[in-house]
Each structure stands twice: as structure tokens, then as C-alpha cells.
Design a protein. Structure first.
Length: 300
């Protein structure tokens, strides 16, 4: 039951992340830039989470070692990931950048094998290949222009940072903290880090209107308060490798939003990519359930 619960929670979490392009495009059209959008998202999320923690009397104390881990995850796992990915959009198409960013399932799988001695199995490897192939199709099969090397490395490194985030939340000394507490501190540290970066780079945009501000509030509530909390909750039930593969459900949501809201064109390769990802998710789900059944039998 816990495995199934983790899979369902993780899929819903990644679907919420797929709404980010909707909120981002609305915010950018109403006075925000990538720096200020990321900053306000973290600020509003930390405020909302603090209120939630206080209302439900959740213990948000952590040890010094845990605070340090949370800061590292915030800096290398989320703040730099957001900035590097957003900057890569300046040098290449967003589709190609996102394709390179989705290197993180590979990063998570390899790191899980070499550093955490996780047994992957051929089915998960096949699921990973399917999911990465699905991302390639979804993000514009056959549309790879001459690659700008700076953009290439920015997008690729952003994926490595996100892989680091998934691994640390799953395997570090914070894994026993409440998902709400983890997300609160990550959002809070992100706010400080992004504020400093925005000021230093002169990217603190204040020429926004209420529509842009509303978009940042919504992305904070949907993607941080719900999405990040749900994703971290899912990591308590399934492996980091499984979570990273299930995360490829995110671009399918973005694709649907693009079609419904922005009237974007749907091509044959979008169907192929979606099928690849759905099949990979089914394989991961069945594999996780088999692992659970094996573990249950060993206890008898």
C-alpha cells in the first residue's frame, strides 16, 4: 500500500510542476523576469508554509547538521537549478533546454548505484531509457538546431543540480523531517539566496502588476506548498530512482497546458513521447510493487 501511495503522490506532485510554464509565462508577460519570478515563488511559499506549520502546530526544529544539509540542498539542489535552467533559455530553445535538463533521472540512477548501492534491475534501466526517449520526442523531435555550448552546459548542469536535490532529500539526515518542514526551509533559504543573486546581478524587477503577482502566489501554493511537499512525501515510500523516472510525467502536463491554454500544435511525436513516458511509469510502478511483495514475503 505504501509503495502505491508513494507512486500516486509522486505523479500528482510532478503534474503540479508541469503547471510552472503556465504561471511563468503569465508572470513574464506582466512584469516579472526569471530571477524575480523564482524569488517571489520562494518568498510566498515560505510564508504560506510557515502559517501552515503554525496552524497545525508542526515541530519545525532541526539540528545544526540538518540546517546545514537543508542549506546545501537549497543552494545546489534548487536555487542554482532554477537559475541555470532559466538562463539556458537565453541561449537555446526551451524545448531543447528542458530535454537536456531531464538528464537528472540518469544522474539519480547512476548515483544510487555507485554511492548508495541501490539495486536497479534491467526493467528500471529499460524504463529510464523509455522515459528519456519520451522526453526527447515531447520536447521537439527532429528540431535540434546548432547547439550553443554555453546554453548546453547551463541546461545540463541544472539537471545535475536537480538530481542532487532528489538524492539528498531521499538519503541525507533530513529524510525523517516532515515534508512541510523540509519545503519550508528550502523555500526560506531559496528566498535569501535568490534575493542576493537578484541584487548582485541587477535583476530585481519591481515593474509588475497584480496578474504577475497572482501568478507567483499561485505557483508558490501549487508547486511548493503542494508539489514539493508531495514529492518529498513520495520519496519516503519509493526510491529516488523511481521518483526521478516518475517525474517525467511533468512534461506531459506541460504539453497538455500548452495545447489547452496556449493553443500550441500537437504533432505525432508528442503522442509517441507521451506513450513512452506512460509505459515507463507503468514499468516503474509494477517494479516497485514487486519489490514490496518480495519484502513482505521475506518477513513471513
Amino acid at each position: 500500500m505504501n509503495k502505491t501511495k508513494g507512486i500516486i503522490i509522486t505523479i500528482f506532485a510532478t503534474m503540479s510542476f508541469g503547471l510552472i510554464p503556465l504561471f511563468a509565462k503569465t508572470a513574464y508577460a506582466n512584469g516579472f523576469n526569471p530571477y524575480s519570478f523564482s524569488l517571489y515563488r520562494s518568498l510566498f511559499a515560505s510564508i504560506a508554509l510557515f502559517i501552515f506549520i503554525k496552524i497545525y502546530d508542526i515541530d519545525y526544529k532541526a539540528t545544526k547538521a540538518q540546517y546545514f544539509t537543508l542549506f546545501k540542498i537549497s543552494l545546489f539542489g534548487y536555487s542554482l537549478m532554477m537559475l541555470f535552467l532559466n538562463m539556458s533559455f537565453l541561449y537555446m530553445s526551451s524545448g531543447l533546454a528542458m530535454t537536456l535538463h531531464f538528464i537528472y533521472p540518469v544522474v539519480v540512477m547512476l548515483a544510487s548505484v555507485f554511492f548508495y548501492k541501490e539495486k536497479i534491475g534491467s526493467k528500471r534501466v529499460f524504463a529510464l531509457i523509455l522515459s528519456v526517449s519520451g522526453i526527447y520526442f515531447l520536447m521537439g523531435f527532429g528540431s535540434f538546431e546548432t547547439i550553443n555550448m554555453l546554453g548546453f552546459w547551463l541546461a545540463l548542469i541544472s539537471g545535475v543540480f536537480y538530481g542532487y536535490y532528489i538524492l539528498m532529500v531521499s538519503n541525507s539526515n533530513i529524510k525523517n523531517l516532515s515534508a512541510f518542514v523540509i519545503t519550508f526551509y528550502l523555500s526560506l533559504f531559496n528566498t535569501y539566496i535568490l534575493l542576493i543573486v537578484s541584487l548582485i546581478t541587477n535583476n530585481m524587477s519591481l515593474n509588475y502588476n497584480y496578474k504577475g503577482l497572482l501568478s507567483t502566489v499561485l505557483v508558490a501554493l501549487v508547486c511548493n506548498l503542494f508539489g514539493m511537499v508531495a514529492f518529498q512525501t513520495g520519496l519516503k515510500y519509493i526510491t529516488a530512482t523511481a521518483s526521478s523516472i516518475l517525474s517525467t510525467f511533468e512534461p506531459i502536463t506541460s504539453l497538455i497546458i500548452g495545447i489547452v491554454v496556449f493553443n500550441e500544435y500537437l504533432n505525432w511525436y508528442h503522442f509517441v513521447g507521451s506513450i513512452f513516458i506512460i509505459v515507463s511509469v507503468i514499468i516503474v510502478s509494477l517494479t516497485e510493487q514487486k519489490i514490496k511483495n518480495t519484502a513482505d514475503k521475506s518477513k513471513i
